[in-house]
Write a protein that binds this ligand. Sequence first.
Ligand SMILES: [Zn+2]
Length: 78
Amino acid sequence: VTCRELTAFLDDYLAGELPAETRVRFEAHLAVCVNCHVYLAQYQETIELGRRAFVEDDETPAMPDDLIQAIVKSLKDE
Ligand SMILES: [Zn+2]
Protein backbone atom coordinates (compact mmCIF):
# COMPACT_ATOMS: atom_id res chain seq x y z
CA VAL A 1 0.00 0.00 0.00
CA THR A 2 1.34 3.43 -0.90
CA CYS A 3 0.48 6.70 0.85
CA ARG A 4 -1.70 7.66 -2.09
CA GLU A 5 -3.66 4.42 -1.91
CA LEU A 6 -4.04 4.79 1.80
CA THR A 7 -5.65 8.21 1.54
CA ALA A 8 -7.91 6.92 -1.22
CA PHE A 9 -9.11 4.06 0.99
CA LEU A 10 -9.42 6.14 4.14
CA ASP A 11 -13.18 6.60 3.92
CA ASP A 12 -13.82 2.89 3.42
CA TYR A 13 -11.37 2.05 6.18
CA LEU A 14 -13.11 4.27 8.72
CA ALA A 15 -16.50 2.98 7.60
CA GLY A 16 -15.24 -0.57 8.19
CA GLU A 17 -15.91 -1.44 4.57
CA LEU A 18 -12.43 -2.49 3.52
CA PRO A 19 -11.95 -6.17 2.71
CA ALA A 20 -9.99 -7.89 5.48
CA GLU A 21 -6.93 -8.40 3.28
CA THR A 22 -6.79 -4.74 2.28
CA ARG A 23 -7.38 -3.68 5.83
CA VAL A 24 -4.37 -5.67 7.04
CA ARG A 25 -2.10 -4.06 4.43
CA PHE A 26 -3.61 -0.68 5.25
CA GLU A 27 -2.81 -1.06 8.95
CA ALA A 28 0.64 -2.41 8.19
CA HIS A 29 1.41 0.75 6.26
CA LEU A 30 -0.06 2.94 8.99
CA ALA A 31 2.20 1.25 11.54
CA VAL A 32 5.36 2.18 9.64
CA CYS A 33 4.38 5.48 8.01
CA VAL A 34 4.30 8.48 10.33
CA ASN A 35 2.85 10.74 7.66
CA CYS A 36 -0.19 8.55 7.13
CA HIS A 37 -0.57 8.00 10.85
CA VAL A 38 -0.78 11.76 11.41
CA TYR A 39 -3.03 12.16 8.41
CA LEU A 40 -5.47 9.55 9.72
CA ALA A 41 -5.53 11.18 13.17
CA GLN A 42 -6.29 14.57 11.68
CA TYR A 43 -8.90 13.09 9.39
CA GLN A 44 -10.72 11.42 12.28
CA GLU A 45 -10.54 14.62 14.29
CA THR A 46 -12.07 16.57 11.44
CA ILE A 47 -14.92 14.07 11.13
CA GLU A 48 -15.47 14.15 14.88
CA LEU A 49 -15.61 17.95 14.93
CA GLY A 50 -18.04 17.95 12.05
CA ARG A 51 -20.27 15.40 13.74
CA ARG A 52 -20.27 17.37 16.99
CA ALA A 53 -21.18 20.58 15.20
CA PHE A 54 -23.99 18.76 13.47
CA VAL A 55 -25.37 17.27 16.70
CA GLU A 56 -25.31 20.59 18.52
CA ASP A 57 -27.08 22.28 15.68
CA ASP A 58 -30.72 21.42 16.30
CA GLU A 59 -32.13 23.49 13.51
CA THR A 60 -30.49 23.24 10.16
CA PRO A 61 -30.11 26.79 8.95
CA ALA A 62 -31.72 27.52 5.64
CA MET A 63 -29.26 27.68 2.80
CA PRO A 64 -28.84 31.12 1.31
CA ASP A 65 -30.23 31.37 -2.19
CA ASP A 66 -26.95 32.50 -3.68
CA LEU A 67 -25.21 29.45 -2.23
CA ILE A 68 -27.82 27.15 -3.76
CA GLN A 69 -27.43 28.91 -7.08
CA ALA A 70 -23.65 28.53 -6.90
CA ILE A 71 -23.98 24.78 -6.22
CA VAL A 72 -26.48 24.30 -9.02
CA LYS A 73 -24.23 26.23 -11.36
CA SER A 74 -21.15 24.20 -10.43
CA LEU A 75 -23.10 20.97 -11.00
CA LYS A 76 -24.18 22.15 -14.42
CA ASP A 77 -20.66 23.21 -15.33
CA GLU A 78 -19.36 19.72 -14.64
ZN1 LIG B 1 2.08 6.53 4.11
